[in-house]
Design a protein around this ligand. Structure first.
Ligand SMILES: [Zn+2]
Length: 63
């Protein structure tokens, strides 16, 4: 199992997601971010988005 939490990215949000593997967890995190943190994502440049995606991916930890 892998786990993601918004708090791990310094976002003030109680959301966390778990998945069988990193990819599944990432999908859940992206689905959440695309809705709940839409404003946060929309204000970013393509470059910032790419950096954010990497940071998100790296923050997913095995549990
Ligand atoms: Zn969140």
């Amino acid at each position: 199992m892998h786990k993601f939490a918004c708090k791990d990215l310094g976002i003030d949000c109680e959301f966390s997601a778990t998945g069988e593997n990193k990819e599944e967890t990432l999908q859940k995190a992206m689905a959440h971010g695309g809705v709940v943190h839409k404003d946060l994502m929309e204000g970013q440049t393509e470059e910032q988005k790419a950096g954010f995606d990497k940071m998100l991916y790296d923050s997913i930890q095995p549990v």
